[in-house]
Design a binder for this molecule. Structure first.
Ligand SMILES: Cc1cc2nc3c(=O)[nH]c(=O)nc-3n(C[C@H](O)[C@H](O)[C@H](O)COP(=O)(O)OP(=O)(O)OC[C@H]3O[C@@H](n4cnc5c(N)ncnc54)[C@H](O)[C@@H]3O)c2cc1C
Length: 393
């Protein structure tokens, strides 16, 4: 490196990703860049990282100022923590927890606002998009276990906010914090909702898996990664294409879900998440109320409950507005946290993560079972799946 370039690196403030764990892929830097010289480029694991065209960079340092990892927020104390149960059983059935996301969104839509959230596109990729009515909200329901692509959504949110449109933005804590920093000021017409996030899996592994079960690229695709079972003791992944079912399997029997559950395919930054526990600066955090039978025995049933951590007055007001559509009860934060560590803690990186990715590059999805073997309690189920696998090959 010439001394001139050396000097340039030290004087010009631009985002440099020296450790992969230091980029959460929110894309705030790429969207704020006045020169448009930052591109979000995917690495071999399929996660997008900021890449700067140094020739065009003018060193304005905006990219560093909006980065939610460099500027991780302070952990806050929730104003209140609530157990929430929607009164609409159909909504609970199609939502991951109890449908709180839909209830909050409904209030914003009823006032002529818009809602941003994660959907599947026509190719089955997870992308952030906007809903202007209840119909467009439907694809946002349900947890999608792959990192969503934000593209230029922050720019779009800002445009609408400046036009005076009311906006609810939902996403992972790092996406919410990325947007908060991108905007660089408060907007009264913006409400931010983040999900409790265990970590986001690689979009590449999801694409490879989907390509394997749908080699002919049949359409339309319908995907549900969090299909509730009858008694909600477990959940399944179901994918249909054309008029056939491609997969309908318990998550613990499915290779894609198993790699996620065992933490092999999570984004490196998820192992040191800088945005959990209120640090995303969201107004409300929503998650599963695990251990509901112990925490709120009167409310608990087998259909799923939400926990809501309310961080701001704005969040409090919005929660008050959904009162007629749900039952709510104040709960102790410690009791919730004891059963749902993901609210504040990051997933632990598996010791063999690097070996996993080395094998994945050689063998693709077939490598998963070596590292995250599937255990069948029922030998007939095991036989059924091994015969099915042979037939597909
Ligand atoms: C990757 C991931 C990991 C999670 N891990 C946990 C956990 O460990 N513990 C826990 O309590 N809860 C976790 N959740 C949250 C939980 O599964 C529910 O999403 C949440 O309780 C809301 O459920 P709901 O019934 O209110 O609404 P739903 O309609 O089920 O929720 C949909 C909401 O999730 C958002 N969403 C879905 N997929 C994504 C995605 N890929 N990226 C960004 N936003 C997305 C949508 O934008 C929408 O806001 C996780 C969610 C995701 C996406």
């Amino acid at each position: 490196m010439s001394w001139l370039r050396f000097l340039y690196y030290f004087c010009v403030l631009m985002i440099k990703i020296e450790r992969k764990k230091n980029c959460c892929g929110c894309g705030a830097c790429a969207q704020i860049c006045p020169q448009k010289c930052i591109e979000m480029r995917c690495d071999e694991e399929g996660f997008a990282y900021a890449s700067v065209d140094e020739q065009s960079c003018v060193g304005c340092s905006l990219c560093e100022q909006v980065c939610p990892v460099i500027n991780s927020g302070d952990a806050r104390q929730a104003i209140s923590v609530k157990a929430v149960k929607s009164v609409d059983d159909n909504l609970r059935k199609v939502s991951s927890s109890s449908g709180l996301f839909t209830l909050l969104s409904r209030v914003i839509l009823s006032r002529g606002g818009v809602v941003y959230g994660a959907c599947y596109n026509a190719d089955g990729e997870v992308v952030h998009s906007v809903a202007c009515n209840e119909q467009e909200l439907v694809p946002m329901r349900g947890s999608k276990y792959a990192q969503s692509k934000v593209s230029t959504v922050f720019e779009d949110v800002q445009r609408r906010l400046k036009e005076g449109v009311e906006v609810l933005f939902s996403g992972t804590p790092c996406q919410v914090h990325g947007l908060r920093r991108y905007l660089r000021r408060d907007y009264e017409n913006l409400t931010m909702v983040d999900v409790v996030c265990h970590g986001v899996p690689s979009p590449k592994v999801w694409r490879d898996y989907l390509g394997g079960i749908n080699p002919d690229g049949l359409r339309p695709l319908s995907i549900n990664m969090r299909q509730k079972s009858r008694w909600n003791r477990s959940y399944s992944i179901k994918v249909t294409a054309g008029d056939g079912v491609l997969v309908n399997q318990l998550a613990r029997h499915n290779v894609y879900m198993q790699a996620f559950r065992k933490d092999y395919t999570l984004r490196p930054s998820c192992y040191e998440c800088a945005a959990k526990g209120g640090r995303s600066q969201s107004d409300i955090t929503i998650g599963d109320l695990w251990g509901a039978r112990k925490i709120v025995p009167r409310m608990a049933d087998h259909k799923g409950l939400n926990v809501a951590l309310v961080w701001s007055e704005k969040g409090s007001r919005l929660m008050n507005e959904i009162g007629e559509w749900c039952a709510m009860q104040e709960v102790a934060f410690e009791a919730v946290l004891r059963r749902n560590g993901s609210i504040v803690g990051s997933a632990k990186m598996p010791a063999a993560r690097a070996d996993f990715w080395t094998k994945y590059k050689e063998e693709g999805v077939d490598a998963i079972e070596r590292f995250a073997p599937i255990k069948y309690h029922n030998p007939f189920v095991k036989l059924y799946y091994s015969l099915k696998k042979k037939r597909v090959k």
